[in-house]
Design a protein around this ligand. Structure first.
Ligand code: WTA
Length: 635
């Protein structure tokens, strides 16, 4: 009996019940029947949320690339694995078959080896959305190196912080990247970052934009000539199920990003299982996720999940607005895309444009639509449903996190009745809990609280690289024996979940997680700035945008405010990247603080959202008088 592919609601409830009653047996059967292992596990699960320690399939041996590539070669070697659609629609798409993928991954793996990369070494990948990006992940996995992909929109400072945090040995980058009509000098950013990265021994450079770049003698090499001379055969490194597969950084409540560590066996099983079910992938489908591989969505649902299922996965280099706002739909028509997975922010941006950009294309190939990364508002949901899906393609609103490795709460398309703005029901193996203000679990329906998970699932991140204490404090200390997500949620009268948003200091801007602390740290480096506090406010395309309250030093008080704003956003761009720029900056004489000196963000948030009627009790503040000034001068 196979629980791998759920086909109807009755089966979902049945499988769910089983996954909760006997999680070990449930995941063991799936792992056994649908994956290739070199050796079976000694124990399915070992866990203790107090330590915390979580181990799945301990003792098992495998290599994830055998599951994502080699095992498909006999029957499906000629099938397209990666369908690459370039930024420029005039450049032909590339259909990379499983056979070709195998050769290219092996060659890349051999090049990494020739550079001295070994099992357990960290490799930083800073690339645009070109095939070499997916291939470099797989090449690392093949030889047991731990990849750390850094989104190519991050600045040199952010890149350097991430490289240094995990002592990467090698960087893979490109001469540049194409983004719509622009091209970006990625290599220049890497060069700047590497000034402060002593652990890096080599840089491999993919030629993409053919721009003029500097190559540092003894450190930098073009990748293509090395690949041409490398063997197309590379035996796999046999990994333990619990060996790290990758590190991926996400924002937290301090300036230092959290390097979430995902391990091999559990991550593979869960990303593949959820891909199959949430997208109801069938053999001839063409699946497209528009995320960047620099984020977890790209790791799990462009690369590992689809390839483990032998799927055809589209990789798009460009942006939805180039050469015009019809680009997504042109690609759907051109490649007859069956499943389309994107972010609410993209939907909102496209919904603002003329509907002709959508209607002029034949979107009849679409069967399933997905969203991820932030709550989707009702209007965007309907626009997507009506105009893209023609009311016939179910929308899967998938809730999950970098830390969870895979989709946790989501409808199964055609199986779970959807409800706009609701992620609906937990996937098999996921046991959500809502926690009330006094730390008690809220049972029953029609309740709202903080979203936690009570039991481990195979792809939960195992630690924060180099900082297990922070892992415990962030996720396992708020509530006993539970993983705390940082999100709030409600459960409606039928048990459907709706994610209401972050309850911590993370703000989601255009689907990207931004911690307030690193942005404030950057702002505070401006010589005229004394202090700052960042909050989110609603924005019709980005979902949330950033509002900064900034107090100036005496020396800065007579500076021109427009110039200051530009300089501050420039500093943010340099430290983090343009995604973290502030939409509004209010210069103020003071920030509301508690008697212990903590900034009262709750008040600042309300003012930024224009909810000034009900600010709660401000009498306990150290400086209640600043609140009125802030309200009067709000932007
Ligand atoms: C938010 C992205 C509402 C949430 C996979 C979560 C969502 C954070 C949804 C993780 C959704 C993600 N509805 N909110 N369907 N999906 N989020 O780590 O706040 O980049 O905690 O992972 O995005 O973002 P991350």
């Amino acid at each position: 009996m196979s629980n791998y592919h759920i086909k109807n609601l009755e089966e979902y409830f049945d499988v769910y019940r089983k996954s909760v009653n006997d999680p070990e047996l449930f995941w063991e059967e799936i792992a056994e029947e649908h994956f290739v292992w070199r050796k079976k596990w000694d124990k399915v699960l070992n866990w203790d949320f107090k330590k915390p320690e979580i181990k799945w399939f301990e003792g098992a041996k495998l290599n994830i690339t055998e599951n994502c590539i080699d095992r498909h070669l006999t029957a499906n070697g000629d099938k397209t694995a990666i369908l690459f659609e370039p930024n420029d629609p005039k450049e032909p798409a590339q259909h990379i078959s499983y056979n070709e993928l195998s050769e290219r991954v092996n060659q890349f793996a051999n090049v990494l080896k020739s550079k001295g990369v070994k099992k357990g070494d960290r490799v930083c990948i800073y690339l645009p959305m070109i095939p070499e990006l997916a291939i470099s992940l797989l090449a690392c996995a093949r030889i047991g190196a731990i990849h750390s992909v850094v989104f190519a929109g991050f600045s040199s400072t952010a890149l350097a912080t991430r490289i240094n945090d995990s002592d990467c040995k090698l960087v893979v980058t490109s001469d540049g990247s194409f983004r719509g009509a622009k091209s970006i000098d990625l290599k220049g950013i890497v060069d700047e970052a590497l000034i402060s990265c002593p652990s890096i021994q080599s840089v491999l450079v993919v030629k993409r934009t053919k721009s003029n770049i500097e190559m540092k003698e003894g450190r930098d090499e073009w990748l293509q000539p090395l690949l041409e001379n490398a063997s197309k055969i590379c035996p796999v490194e046999i990994m333990d199920a619990e060996d790290p597969l990758f590190i991926l950084y996400t924002s937290g409540s301090t300036g230092q990003p959290k390097g979430m560590v995902h391990t091999t066996g559990g991550y593979m099983v869960y990303s593949a299982f959820t891909f199959k079910n949430v997208f109801q992938y069938r053999n001839d489908d063409v699946y497209w996720c528009t995320a960047d591989i620099g984020w977890i969505t790209g790791h799990s649902y462009i690369v590992y999940g689809p390839l483990a299922n032998g799927a055809t996965t589209v990789m798009f280099e460009g942006v939805p607005s180039y050469p015009d706002y019809g680009r997504f739909w042109e690609i759907v028509e051109k490649h007859k895309v069956s499943q389309f997975y994107t972010a609410p922010t993209a939907i909102r941006a496209l919904a603002k444009e003329n509907l002709d950009y959508v209607t002029k294309y034949d979107l009849s190939s679409l069967k399933v639509l997905g969203t991820v990364g932030e709550p989707i508002n009702e209007e965007a949901w309907h626009w997507y449903n009506d105009n893209v899906g023609g009311k016939k393609s179910p929308i899967v609103d998938t809730w999950w996190q970098t830390e969870t490795g895979g989709i946790m709460i989501s409808p199964l398309p055609g199986i779970t009745a959807t409800k706009p703005t609701y992620a609906t029901l937990p996937l098999p193996g996921i046991q959500p809990a809502l926690i009330g203000d006094n730390g008690e679990e809220l049972k029953g329906n029609q309740v709202e609280g903080k979203l936690c998970v009570k039991f481990p699932w195979p792809s939960i991140a195992r630690t924060i690289w180099g900082n297990h204490d922070r892992y415990r404090e962030t996720y396992f200390s708020a509530y006993a024996d539970m993983y705390f997500t940082g999100d709030g949620a409600l459960r409606d009268e039928v048990g459907y979940y709706r994610i209401t948003g972050r309850v911590d200091d993370v703000i989601i801007v255009s689907g990207h997680n931004l911690g307030t602390a690193p942005i404030e740290d950057a702002i505070n480096e401006h010589p005229a700035v004394s202090e700052s506090a960042i909050v989110g406010f609603p924005h019709d395309i980005k979902g949330s945008a950033l509002y900064g309250y900034i107090t100036l030093k005496e020396t800065g008080e007579d500076r021109d405010q427009d110039n200051l704003r530009k300089e501050i956003n420039q500093i943010i761009t340099e430290h983090i990247g343009p995604i973290a720029k502030l939409d509004k900056m209010q210069f103020t004489a003071g920030l509301p603080k508690t008697r212990s000196g903590k900034i009262m963000r709750r008040i600042l948030r309300k003012v930024a959202c224009n909810e000034i009627e009900n600010l709660g009790d401000i009498s306990t503040l150290l400086n209640p008088e600043v609140v009125e000034v802030i309200i009067n001068e709000r932007l």
